[in-house]
Design a protein around this ligand. Structure first.
Ligand code: PEP
Ligand code: MN
Length: 337
């Protein structure tokens, strides 16, 4: 439940109510806006049943939160969140473009791509060092060596860096080298990993599971946030449907639905959503028009020889063209990149 304080409620009144909640062994999540203060209660609210909080000084009303996710819930935090990562923020007013190869393949490859995506306007270079491949015989990633190349790419270009993690060991290594970690679609319900990501201290990009509902996705975000890490960004990357013309089906409605249910930023990955390079650009524009806070796009210096996801990777000229074409869409959405 949330406790909405009166507009003129004093700080003492807010503290009084918060203390009552804490004294019952529950956690308090404070959202202090310009107009109103909301006290979110996290935990078993039946422990408060003997407390008449409705009549406590400064309390306006109490609203039950029926959803199982609380910290990621818009009711707990009505204003959209801005998440600080490296030298940038992801959220209202900005269009964050993350671009790079599916997998880090070599130092030369990553540096070449990082310089190219930076020139076109990206603020992040992405690249997998731990690859959760469908087949165990496919390239599995360079692991810590790949992370070192990510750190080098950051040092050379000033770009922020993001890398997927698939285990507690990968998280331990990633914290030394990158600005943000990514939990991939296949691990969205790996609850132990979500908790580890929550404890890592790094901002987390949480991709939607291949067949996850929005409710399940927000509960996955809740796992990270409940460990004290509120820096979570969601990424819609397509879901499994009966359609086979594309690798997945981009659920563009996830953007307005997430905006209605959560304060967390949401970005779109049209590369994994389609699996086909020609479809990436139209869906990227559609994502910005729908209100997404950013894009994650796979780019490769030589897609035909990529060790993974070549067919969906844009070439440098294609990415440059897309970035230019996104400018009017970003302007209309009142976002800068
Ligand atoms: C990736 O970003 O390279 C990736 C594996 O994505 P997803 O988890 O969305 O399949
Ligand atoms: Mn990929």
């Amino acid at each position: 439940m949330i406790i909405i304080m009166k507009r003129d409620a004093s700080q003492e009144a807010v503290e009084h109510v918060s203390n009552i909640i804490r004294s019952k062994g529950l956690d308090v999540h404070l959202s202090q806006g310009h107009e109103v203060t909301i006290i979110g209660v996290v935990g078993d609210k039946s422990r408060l049943s003997d407390q008449n909080l409705e009549i406590a000084p400064g309390v306006d009303r109490i609203v039950p939160v029926t959803e199982s996710y609380k910290l990621s819930n818009k009711k707990f935090h009505p204003q959209p969140s801005s998440i600080k990562v490296g030298n940038t923020t992801i959220g209202p007013g900005t269009l964050t473009i993350m671009a790079g190869p599916c997998a880090v393949e070599s130092e030369e490859q990553l540096l070449l791509i990082a310089h190219a995506v930076k020139k076109a306007g990206a603020s992040f270079v992405r690249g997998g060092a731990y690859k959760p491949r469908t087949s165990p015989y496919s390239f599995q990633g360079l692991e810590e060596e790949g992370l070192r190349y990510m750190a080098k790419a950051k040092a050379e270009t000033g770009l922020n860096t993001i890398c997927e993690v698939i285990s507690a060991e990968a998280i331990e290594a990633a914290v030394k080298y990158v600005d943000m970690i990514q939990i991939g679609a296949r691990n969205m319900q790996n609850f132990q990993l979500l908790k580890e990501a929550g404890r890592s201290g790094l901002p987390v990009l949480l991709k939607r599971g291949l067949a996850a509902t929005i409710d399940e996705w927000l509960n996955a975000a809740e796992y990270i946030m409940s460990e004290g890490n509120e820096n979570v960004v969601l990424c819609e990357r397509g879901i499994r449907t009966f359609e086979t013309a594309t690798r997945n089906t981009l659920d563009i409605s996830a953007v307005p639905v997430i905006k209605a249910k959560s304060h967390l930023p949401i970005i779109i990955d049209p590369s994994h959503a389609t699996g086909v390079r020609d479809y990436v650009s139209p869906l990227a524009k559609c994502a910005v028009a729908a209100g997404a806070d950013g894009l994650m796009i796979e780019v490769h210096n030589n897609p035909a020889c990529a060790l993974s996801d070549g067919p969906q990777s844009l070439t440098f000229p294609q990415f440059e063209t897309l970035a230019k074409e996104l400018v009017p869409y970003a302007e209309l959405a009142e976002r800068k990149f």
